[in-house]
Design a protein around this ligand. Structure first.
Ligand SMILES: *Cc1c(COP(=O)(O)O)cnc(C)c1O
Length: 238
């Protein structure tokens, strides 16, 4: 693995986030960079931690738990693990101890299971994002925008969950400008939900390698970047 290349990629991503903030008068400190490590092995995760990354995302719970364990064995500052992919309800009990934040609360049933398990484990309220299928793609998880008010109101009855805000995945596009309206819509939905007091949190988890700069311009507070960090660094999965 080429750690210099990894460091260069990381610096470039941070600089692009800062530039997108500067263009829109935002504070770069308000944008969290979550390194999505699903395509790399634990040694690349450890290298990123040495470079100061503190937030890691995985979309499969067994991988998340394994990488967390590998990293916990190496001395260093604590980090946070973000579950960003489809969370199967029957995996929650086993996986939740390794998870710090869930970005993919996409159904009432999953919310109830997460709340029940967080409570059972006696842990403080679990930070979650509510996933919204802004572009109404049949292949993607998430509440329909029309259903969001109802879903958020139901979540208020689950004090074991702390809703940080909303999350979305934009459709694949060659030109990130194409998906700007998706990010803008998520921000507008957040503002609407806060006005209605359906939502206390104001975080927006949106933006990946191909579109995070546009997402930051539209108000993202958490970008989930994988390929952009690892390109050319010779990292391998497991
Ligand atoms: C893989 C993945 C990402 C990161 O994708 P890249 O294109 O590699 O940056 C972000 N969010 C989710 C939900 C993912 O599954």
């Amino acid at each position: 693995m080429d750690e210099h290349r990894l460091a260069g990629n990381l610096a470039a991503v941070r600089a692009r986030i800062a530039a997108a903030c500067a263009r829109t008068g935002r504070d770069p400190g308000a944008v969290e960079l979550i390194a999505v490590t699903k395509s790399v092995g634990p040694e690349a995760v450890a290298a990123l931690r040495r470079l100061g990354v503190r937030d890691f995302g995985e979309n499969r719970t067994p991988d998340l738990a394994a990488k967390r364990e590998a990293l916990d064995a190496v001395p260093g500052d604590p980090v946070r693990w973000h579950m960003i992919g489809h969370f199967q309800r029957n995996k929650v009990r086993r996986a939740l101890p390794a998870v710090d934040v869930v970005h993919s609360v996409a159904s009432d049933a999953l919310a109830r299971v997460l709340a029940a398990e967080a409570e059972r484990a006696g842990r403080p309220p679990l930070p979650v994002y509510v996933q919204v299928n802004v572009a109404a793609e049949p292949t993607k998880d998430g509440f329909a925008p029309d259903d969001l008010g109802r879903a958020l109101a139901a979540l208020r009855d689950l004090p074991a969950l702390r809703v940080l805000g909303l999350m979305t995945l934009a459709p694949l596009a060659d030109d990130p400008e194409t998906v700007r309206p998706v990010f803008r819509r998520l921000r507008e939905l957040r503002d609407w939900a806060r006005d209605r007091r359906y939502l206390d949190g104001s975080a927006l988890s949106m933006g990946m390698t191909d579109d995070y700069e546009v997402a930051v311009e539209e108000g993202s507070t958490a970008v989930r970047v994988g390929r952009g960090l690892f390109a050319g660094a010779g990292t391998t999965a497991e």
